[in-house]
Design a protein around this ligand. Structure first.
Ligand SMILES: Cc1ncc(COP(=O)(O)O)c(C=O)c1O
Length: 395
């Protein structure tokens, strides 16, 4: 066998999101694109804002000398300065370029951070429901992901968190606004979470790092406040990207920002610069670094996503599905009308509606809808949801 047993096993238990996406491709071949309603993938559907195209054109017409060469592994100084100024304003924390490492998306940022932090056997706490790649990311660096449940509103369960911390706990990943639930963690829960982590550090005698995975930080609806996790705990790191709010998912650009008051912040930044290099990323893509420098205040049309959220939430509620109103990101996470979410997803498949079972996010009994799709696809899917709701006598 040419490949490692571990990788073979990981491939066999492949992510549900990918499985559903591939199923969608097969169904589209069979029934035609227009007759399949694929809500499985969190792929930003809007085009990047006009300001992105304008910057791209400027760069193509006037490329600076050496634009395509290697650079410092942390990224261009001017880009890190622009990012630092932006998040310092956003958070009122004293971020400078010295706290920033440009990365290959948020996925790159989390991997760079975990490699910098973990020794073999260290534990990484993950709040369920969770972005499934966290499991692989922890494993990539010899870590053990430990799943901690959230409460019935998908907010952190502080008691469960406290109990889950052991002398091997090195990090906790939080993700707000959340994929897959669309929930934003409350001020009260984050304050409690910060206190739990602070107590744990004293108890176990070493730092526990909070990695705040924030690629949806700018996709927040109804002008509600977005409590920033880094405001509640200093031993923390932001891992994020421009994948969703600038619709640049394929361009792989993001960053790590270490909290300015994090103990040994500079040592951690230096470690991330090193891991960015040796993981083979070397540096974040040069062209994208040039572009995002000038786009710190640009976003896609968040109101469009909010309208999609309203459409899906209002329609499903009316049909009798049970779900919380998503507050951010572009997902809804309804309860499956039958306990077996995988079986329910199969029922939707017969309507050519593709969603992802909650089991894939560590939350059986639910399913995830991505509403980052064309209106036509969403409307077609809602017709299928209505037929299935009727069959189950919901509402
Ligand atoms: C919660 C969460 N974290 C990280 C990522 C990875 O983002 P990126 O494409 O910037 O690597 C995603 C992508 O969907 C996500 O949903």
């Amino acid at each position: 066998m040419p490949i490692s047993a571990k990788v073979r096993q990981a491939m066999q238990s492949q992510s549900w999101i990918r499985q559903m996406f591939e199923l969608g491709i097969a169904l589209k071949k069979q029934y035609g694109d227009e007759n399949v309603y694929d809500l499985s993938l969190g792929n930003p559907i809007l085009e990047p804002p006009a300001a992105f195209q304008a910057e791209l054109k400027k760069l193509a017409e006037h490329p600076g000398k050496g634009t395509h060469r290697y650079m410092p592994n942390a990224g261009y100084l001017e880009t890190r300065q622009a990012v630092a100024t932006h998040i310092a304003t956003d958070t009122s924390l004293s971020f400078t370029d010295a706290h920033i490492v440009m990365t290959v998306g948020a996925g790159g940022a989390i991997n760079v951070t975990l490699k910098a932090l973990l020794d073999p056997g260290d534990e990484v706490l993950v709040l369920a429901p969770f972005f499934p790649e966290y499991m692989a990311y922890a494993d990539n660096h010899g870590g053990l992901a430990r799943i901690v449940k959230t409460d019935e509103s998908f907010q952190p369960d502080l008691e469960a968190l406290e109990k889950a911390i052991t002398p091997r706990t090195k990090a906790l990943i939080v993700n707000s606004p959340n994929n897959p639930t669309g929930v934003i963690y409350t001020d009260e829960k984050l304050r409690g979470l910060g206190q739990v982590l602070a107590r744990a550090q004293t108890r176990i005698g070493h730092p526990v790092y909070m990695i705040s995975d924030e690629p949806y930080a700018n996709l927040v609806y109804d002008s509600q406040p977005f409590p920033r996790p880094v405001h509640y705990y200093e031993t923390s790191i932001i891992a994020t990207s421009y994948s969703k709010d600038l619709s640049l998912a394929g361009e792989r650009i993001g960053y790590v920002a270490v909290h300015p008051s994090c103990p040994d912040a500079q040592e951690l930044v230096n470690a991330c610069i090193y891991t960015n290099r040796v993981l083979g990323f070397v540096n974040a893509p040069a062209l994208m670094q040039h572009l995002v420098r000038a786009l710190q205040d640009s976003h896609v049309d968040v109101a469009w996503y909010q309208r999609q959220r309203d459409t899906v939430y209002n329609a499903l509620k009316k049909m009798g599905y049970t779900l919380a109103k998503p507050q951010g990101a572009f997902y809804a996470f309804p309860r499956s009308p039958i306990p077996d979410d995988v079986a329910f997803v199969q029922e939707l498949l017969r309507e050519r509606v593709i969603v992802t079972p909650g089991t894939g996010f560590g939350a059986p009994g639910y399913f995830r809808i991505s509403y980052s799709v064309e209106e036509r696809v969403l409307n077609g899917a809602l017709e299928g949801f209505a037929r299935v709701a009727k069959a189950h006598k919901l509402g």
